[in-house]
Design a protein around this ligand. Structure first.
Ligand SMILES: Cc1cc2nc3c(=O)[nH]c(=O)nc-3n(C[C@H](O)[C@H](O)[C@H](O)COP(=O)(O)OP(=O)(O)OC[C@H]3O[C@@H](n4cnc5c(N)ncnc54)[C@H](O)[C@@H]3O)c2cc1C
Length: 377
């Protein structure tokens, strides 16, 4: 790439990986470059602390990163906008309500959305994304049904999605409601299309989670693929129903619609197709990081830990592409520590073949999470 006096590095979506660029830029900006951050919300939410915030273990501000001060400290421009496309020839990011933003190098980090959500938009359904507004939206829905459902009857809550996020949300919401509305009865059901829970976790951990859910009276309905949503129930493909006053949509990560508008190659799963260098397979000076990129040669699950491990690779490759040097490859780790917040001051920790459910696991998770977010706050 030819050196010019000022080139534009643009970050589209400030999630786990792109936020790290801002952090580096503050200390050591790339010479002769401007940095622009595009964001739909004034804050970024750290998903690792969302369940704890729901459980009342953290104040909402503790899981949030205010982007204006972070950008200001880095000397970056902040564009509040919902990007809706790219002009690959002119190298600009397009918006519906904002002038195009030019880039020489672009890093797309717009995350993912819960699968199927767009088909089932209904006032009785609260999707887990955008995470920035989730706690407020769930509080509003609970408030509405609290007024509408007879006091003698329990409020029926269904969490759609039996992955780790769905389980954490079920257990942590239960803890929240026990404090916020102690006088009310609630019933909790976890509905999953598959035959098992917490895919990706070992059998011993899954068995522990099943015991925890049973002890906390969270019913599990497997093989329940939601195909219709009504005000008072969810219906499955085979016509079964679950009574529901409030459904939370927390299914696995799927590609957000904006990715289809970028005119870049997509992987089979609908996310942007990238090489191990995180660069689009189309060869443009565009990276896709975190959930929104799929390395076609070695796809890995969508999780924040991968997004975080991509940070040093992205930072190196931004320099390298601007200086015409070889790009570095990212290799996803095979195994990583998983810690699920179970809402009552404990967490379930899985590392290699070990699995524990204890208070110290929550202390460890809280220490890791607070340490992670502190550098951006
Ligand atoms: C409840 C829950 C708990 C989780 N817990 C864990 C955990 O403990 N450990 C773990 O490894 N993973 C966890 N995950 C998964 C993790 O959240 C994701 O893998 C991670 O957030 C991906 O990071 P990202 O940077 O790709 O996207 P995100 O963190 O989602 O950031 C993307 C950002 O882009 C913005 N954006 C989106 N579209 C646009 C647009 N068009 N224009 C401008 N900005 C846009 C969004 O508003 C958002 O701020 C959890 C997920 C959930 C839902």
């Amino acid at each position: 790439m030819q050196a010019t006096t000022s080139r534009h590095v643009v970050l589209l979506g400030i999630g786990h990986t792109n936020a790290h660029v801002l952090w580096h830029w503050q200390r050591n900006p790339i010479p002769n470059c401007t940095l622009t951050c595009i964001t739909r919300f004034p804050t970024s939410t750290y998903s690792g602390m969302l369940p704890g915030t729901l459980a009342g273990q953290y104040a909402p501000a503790q899981m949030e990163v205010a982007l204006a001060p972070l950008a200001q400290a880095a000397g970056a421009a902040l564009v509040a906008g919902n990007a809706c496309g790219l002009d690959l020839e002119r190298r600009t990011v397009q918006f519906e309500n904002h002038p195009p933003v030019p880039y020489d190098v672009l890093s797309v980090g717009v995350g993912s959305m819960p699968a199927g959500w767009l088909h089932y938009q209904h006032p009785a359904v609260v999707p887990i994304k955008p995470m920035q507004t989730f706690v407020d939206r769930i509080d509003q829905r609970i408030q509405a049904v609290n007024g509408a459902v007879e006091r003698a009857k329990p409020i029926r809550i269904v969490i759609v999605g039996g992955g780790v996020a769905g389980i954490e949300v079920a257990l942590c919401l239960q803890a929240r409601l026990a404090t916020h509305l102690p006088e009310r009865q609630f019933s909790f059901t976890l509905a999953t299309a598959s035959d098992s829970l917490a895919s990706g976790m070992r059998t011993a951990s899954v068995a522990k989670l099943q015991r925890i859910l049973a002890d906390r009276q969270v019913k599990v309905r497997s093989h329940f693929e939601v195909t219709a949503v009504q005000e008072s129930y969810l219906e499955s493909r085979d016509g079964q129903r679950i009574a529901s006053d409030c459904a939370i949509w927390a299914t696995h990560a799927s590609a957000p619609p904006v990715l289809q508008k970028l005119r870049l190659p997509l992987a089979e799963d609908g996310f942007l197709a990238i090489d191990p260098t995180l660069q689009t397979t189309a060869g443009h000076p565009i990276f896709a990081v975190g959930d929104c990129g799929t390395i076609v040669q070695q796809p890995h699950p969508k999780a924040g830990v991968f997004a975080v491990r991509q940070c040093p690779i992205l930072w190196h490759n931004l320099h390298a592409i601007l200086e015409d040097r070889p790009l570095r490859k990212y290799h996803a780790q095979r195994d990583f520590m998983k810690i699920l917040n179970t809402g009552e001051g404990k967490a379930l920790l899985e590392y290699k073949r070990f699995s524990f459910h204890a208070h110290w696991c929550w202390l460890l998770k809280s220490w890791i999470d607070r340490g992670f977010i502190k550098r951006y706050q």
